[in-house]
Structure formats: C-alpha cells, structure tokens
Write a protein that binds this ligand. Sequence first.
Ligand SMILES: [Zn+2]
Ligand SMILES: [Zn+2]
Length: 188
Amino acid sequence: MRKGEFKPINLCFAQKVYWEGGTLRQVAKVFCVDRNTVQSRFKKFKIPIKSMSEGKKHCYRNGGRYLDTKGYIYVLKPDHPNTTKSGYIREHVFIASQVLGKPLPEGVVVHHHNEIPSYNKNSNLVICENDIYHRYLHVRMRALEACGDVKWRKCWICRKWDDPKNLYKNDSTYRHSSCYNNYRRNAA
Ligand SMILES: [Zn+2]
Ligand SMILES: [Zn+2]
C-alpha cells in the first residue's frame, strides 16, 4: 500500500472483530492494512482503543459492556438475579436466562457450542444443568474431534482413543488393561 493512500475499512465490521476479542493487529490483517492504519482510523472515528492498563483488567468497557481477558462479554444488568456484585453479568448467562424465561438456577453452566466465549448467539449456547454435565459435553467434543466418535475415550497410558468396551474405567479415567499391566511392571 502506498503511503497516504486511503484504503477503506468497514469500521462496523472492524469494530466487531476488535470488540469480540481481536487485537488491532488481527483487525489489520483482515483488511490487509497495517496496525497503525487501523489505530489511526479508529481514533479518527472515535472508536475506543483498549488501553494497556484496562486491557489487563477488562479489555474494553463501553456503554455497559466489556470483554474480559478470558474472552467473555459482560453486560451491565444490575437488577438481574444472576448478576455479579459489580452489577455486570456474563452476556451468555443473561441471554440463556432470557431464553429460559427465568433466572438460571444455581449450579447451571452455559456452554458455548463452538467454544468461542464471546459468541453469544442463541444457537451457540447450551444450558447445562450442572458442571458435571457440562464437562461431559466437553469430553464428548474432545472425543469427536480426536477420533470421530463421541463415545470413545482415551487411555491415559498409551494416549490412544478406543471404544470404552476395550477400556477399564477408574473414577473418570480410562485405561487398557494391557497398558496398565505394562505400566505396573515398569514401575516395579
Ligand atoms: Zn463449555
Ligand atoms: Zn492404552
């Protein structure tokens, strides 16, 4: 890009990328410009830029909305029963309770289907009645990703995924009997 050339940036989209956890550098990449171009354009159009100190605490706080460092969006809802002491509530919790039509019962966990914590579209949220079920979902997702079968589990010794009928379950871990025998023999 020549210096001084005005490359159009869809600021609405740029803001969204930035807002949903992106950095100036990532935004720049999307529009094939450099980071400084994005920064100056943001300044020109009065789009707030995450400050270093605020970035540590909250990435961005504006109009009762901010993104925390773990990537969760918080919204200001001081009257909501599920709100935190600060008056802010995680946006996905808020949306899930709207869908449910009541506050979320204690212990309920809201899972992000695509595992992007700021992607709070209805269709991306799964209400889990407790954390056990929530973790179970994650285990099934890992299995699906790793071997294509949600039911398979990983042997903690050989690290291979297998049908649970070939595995021995101990608490929440799985192992092949043969792997365990080898393991014990080597440990002895
Ligand atoms: Zn989850
Ligand atoms: Zn094994």
